[in-house]
Design a binder for this molecule. Structure first.
Ligand code: BGC
Length: 430
């Protein structure tokens, strides 16, 4: 999961290509000209010449049909009057740790009773969706109250374009754009539609549209821009069903807090949602996903004094205003509070990987303060952000920063010592 470590408000590694006519256009990606050795047949006299630039690689961004069917109510907080779904697999991970490390057992046990998001991060994982939904129905029955599962839909082609730790299975070269639609989004939509009385929340593609706001200077992002936009518009158009409340990922204060960045992301959201069938297709936005920003306080002021959003609540409020100003009022926000209990733990706001000294944050709950729909543990606390092994293909230098915990496994894998540290540092305490 990437956090732009630039002073993103002032300098933006921006795009030459903005959004004009994106919904139906072809993406023509500019290839960076490379220096190539001359033909070795000029033997004995080898010189390096600059080869003419290769013709740009064209990635056709498939068109998107705006949705016209019914969608979930836009004026309803889906968490109101409901309980959160508890993931039994998360409880198993915690139990595994408890069995090995019985110290602090009382606190550790309490973590099991807190909900965490269900990440659909590969095509293979889609098979788990009906199992989760059936289990949610059982929990509803047992509790006598609607139970809401929170999914994270996370398998975009060329995923994690400005970082490495969460690079995904689908690429533009391997037909990822079409597979994302037919093997991933369409299948998830079918499962959601098969459970029409189940209230569902889904957060779409963390970091993706934010990368288009500030990181188009990174080749993998710029060549993916149109495919990202159309794939997310497609996901929204298919997943916005009467029982499904969608939230787009909106990065966090330390990335998009600056006025110019908020403006950019608000415009991108509007364009993508227009292509998907309109802003009413989503209930709102999720922020701080897998990040560490505190809810209230001056942490951010010390790290980036020019950022008008020193903390995550201020960011949600100001983003809500930026969105309202361009015709998207009254959106709800989810803030990921899984690991933001303690501030003052980073030397740079741009550090995002397995930050040492972090603690569990506020427990998930509905409508804690405006404009929030919920605090929620989107990143399951204890799951790694990325491997610390510098030889691994997905090694990202951020996972060896001066703030990163050593010894971390691959993104998504259980990182036991880190989990125990989060529990020890929980704030509020468990
Ligand atoms: C990983 C996913 C994982 C998620 C939740 C992401 O960083 O890339 O594979 O499911 O974190 O832990």
């Amino acid at each position: 999961m990437y956090v732009d470590e630039l002073d993103a408000g002032r300098v933006t590694r921006t795009s030459k290509r903005r959004s004009s006519g994106f919904a139906f256009s072809l993406l023509v990606a500019a290839c960076v000209p490379r220096e190539q050795p001359a033909d070795s047949s000029s033997a004995g006299n080898t010189v390096l010449v600059t080869a003419p630039p290769e013709p740009p690689k064209a990635f056709a961004a498939m068109p998107v049909q705006p949705a016209t069917g019914p969608h979930a109510p836009t004026d309803q907080n889906p968490f109101a009057g409901a309980r959160f779904y508890l993931d039994p697999d998360y409880a198993k991970k915690v139990d595994g740790t408890l069995a090995k490390k019985p110290d602090n057992a009382d606190s550790v046990k309490k973590v099991k009773n807190h909900p965490t998001a269900l990440w659909i991060d590969t095509i293979a994982r889609v098979a788990q969706v009906p199992i989760w939904l059936e289990d949610a129905a059982k929990q509803t029955k047992a509790a006598g109250k609607p139970t809401v599962p929170v999914f994270v839909v996370y398998d975009l082609p060329n995923r994690d374009c400005s970082a490495k730790a969460s690079a995904g299975e689908l690429t533009l070269e391997n037909g990822g754009e079409a597979r994302y639609r037919t093997e991933f989004i369409d299948k998830i939509a079918e499962h959601f539609a098969n459970h029409p009385s189940q209230r569902i929340v889904a957060i779409l593609e963390p970091d993706s549209l934010p990368n288009l706001a500030t990181n188009l200077g990174v080749d993998k992002c710029s060549i993916s821009e149109q495919v990202y936009r159309n794939s997310i518009a497609y996901a929204v158009s298919k997943l916005s069903l009467p029982n499904v409340f969608l939230y787009l990922d909106a990065a966090h204060a330390g990335w998009l807090g600056w006025d110019s960045n908020r403006q950019k992301i608000a415009n991108i959201f509007k364009e993508v949602l227009t292509a998907a069938g309109g802003p009413d297709r989503v209930r709102g936005f999720a922020t701080n996903v897998s990040n560490f920003n505190i809810l209230h306080g001056d942490d951010g002021k010390k790290l980036e004094p020019s950022n008008p959003c020193p903390d995550e609540i201020t960011y949600a409020q100001k983003l809500s205003e930026s969105l309202a100003a361009i015709g998207m009022p009254n959106k709800g926000f989810i803030i990921d509070t899984s690991r933001n209990g303690r501030g003052g733990i980073r030397s740079k706001w741009g550090n995002w990987c397995n930050i040492r000294g972090a603690g569990l944050g506020e427990r998930p709950r509905a409508a804690p303060e405006a404009p929030l729909d919920a605090y929620f543990w989107v990143k399951p606390p204890g799951d790694s952000d990325g491997t610390a092994d510098s030889r691994a293909a997905r090694f990202d230098a951020n996972c060896a920063s001066d703030n990163a915990s050593p010894g971390a496994p691959e993104a998504g894998q259980w990182f036991e010592p880190y989990f125990l540290e989060l529990v020890k540092n929980a704030n509020p305490p468990l």
